[in-house]
Design a protein around this ligand. Structure first.
Ligand SMILES: Cc1cc2nc3c(=O)[nH]c(=O)nc-3n(C[C@H](O)[C@H](O)[C@H](O)COP(=O)(O)OP(=O)(O)OC[C@H]3O[C@@H](n4cnc5c(N)ncnc54)[C@H](O)[C@@H]3O)c2cc1C
Length: 359
């Protein structure tokens, strides 16, 4: 039997999920196709929403607009689902050097940053942590318990009857003037949200993706170290009971599989004492996922240069949980002809340099 939709969404990671939720809210008829790959970034992500990032302690891109939106969105989602997966949490930044403590001082004196940063905590404020250069809190951060959130959204989409569990086969896509046809699905538009696997999408693989595999550990620490998200080069955060999540690594070469490596394990294991000092820990689990990073560190959003019913909503890199709720709203408005795309995220900026295909 033929089925007719407004949109087909390929990929139910956090990007495709958030877009699906926004389109459903608009009353659109959608079909979501996902193959439940267990190396998808959304399944292993830390899920931190961090307004101030990097070695230079700078505001992350679009965080001023995307973070407040994401917080409201996740809070309302968990209320509707009746299960908690979203938490306001400060980030405890343990300074790794005197230079970093001085950088805190500089930023704290800047009006644009001062409300984001707490006062400086001198060394030995946190006896169970390695705070030998002191520390400070980053305010307005939050945490999404990623695997739990993904399960809840998946169950919701399944209960709405919009989710099909299968691998999308690009060779079966038929593109007509005013619709696309995939097996017995017919739709006005199709939106690709496959994460890093866009590199295998014949219509959008010309975009400059730079996938980056990341591994994380779940570690058991008997003595409670802190309820905060702790950061010093790597991060450590309380998960459940005496289990903490600790990550992550960056590997831009071996991204085609998600087999956990002894190298990543050793890297994380070695870095942990820089956070917890002499506290004992035991590794309970190691996971690996691939981030859909891009050459410009901006998402790849927009319409295919040739086919007006093919779209990309992808490239959220290491910030899919933080950025994709706001951009899902923005993209739904764009799809419905209500707004122009954010110029920095609009994939048309890459056409001249990278698009060579002739279909
Ligand atoms: C270790 C690690 C830590 C991270 N920490 C954070 C963090 O703290 N905060 C943050 O905001 N972000 C974080 N991220 C990044 C975040 O996970 C990604 O930005 C986000 O998951 C990208 O979402 P996505 O939906 O685009 O892609 P993905 O999560 O990769 O999902 C893509 C989906 O598409 C499906 N798919 C792909 N191809 C096909 C096909 N042909 N047919 C059917 N289905 C298909 C896959 O099975 C998958 O379900 C982290 C990532 C990693 C790896």
């Amino acid at each position: 039997m033929e089925n007719f939709f407004d949109y087909i969404i390929v990929g139910q990671g956090i990007a495709g999920s958030n877009l699906a939720m926004h389109l459903l809210e608009r009353g659109k008829k959608i079909a979501v196709i996902d193959d439940d790959w267990n190396g998808a970034a959304c399944k292993v992500a830390a899920g931190v929403l961090n307004p101030i990032t990097g070695k230079r302690l700078v505001k992350s891109w679009r965080s001023g607009i995307a973070m407040p939106y994401a917080k409201k969105y996740y809070a309302s989602l968990q209320k509707n689902f009746g299960e908690k997966f979203f938490f306001d949490r400060q980030i405890l930044q343990l300074c790794k050097s005197l230079e970093e403590a001085e950088l805190w001082h500089k930023r704290k004196g800047d009006d644009e940053y001062s409300s984001f940063l707490s006062e400086y905590n001198p060394p030995k404020t946190f006896p169970k942590l390695n705070d030998n250069f002191g520390s400070f809190f980053i305010n307005f951060a939050a945490w999404v318990e990623a695997p739990h959130a993904m399960d809840l959204i998946r169950n919701h989409l399944a209960s709405c009857g919009v989710l099909s569990l299968e691998r999308f086969d690009y060779s079966r896509l038929e593109i007509k003037a005013d619709l696309v046809k995939y097996k017995n699905f017919n739709a006005k538009k199709i939106v690709f949200c496959e994460g890093w696997r866009a590199v295998d999408n014949p219509y959008f693989n010309w975009l400059p993706y730079r996938p980056a595999r990341g591994e994380i550990l779940t570690v058991k620490i008997e003595e409670m170290v802190s309820e905060h998200i702790i950061h010093r080069e790597k991060w450590l955060m309380k998960y459940k009971g005496n289990l903490y999540r600790n990550g992550s690594t960056w590997d831009r070469e071996n991204f085609r599989n998600n087999i956990a490596t002894p190298e990543a394990r050793a890297e994380l294991e070695k870095a942990l004492p820089a956070i917890i000092g002499k506290n004992k820990f035991e590794i309970a689990e190691q996971e690996s996922g691939v981030r859909p990073c891009t050459a410009t560190t901006r998402p790849h959003l927009g319409r295919h240069p040739k086919f007006q019913n093919l779209y990309s909503f992808n490239g959220f890199g290491s910030k899919g949980y933080a950025l994709s709720p706001y951009f899902a709203k923005h993209f739904a408005e764009f799809l419905e002809g209500e707004t122009q795309l954010d110029k920095e995220a609009d994939l048309t900026r890459h056409i001249r340099k990278f698009y060579r295909q002739d279909f």
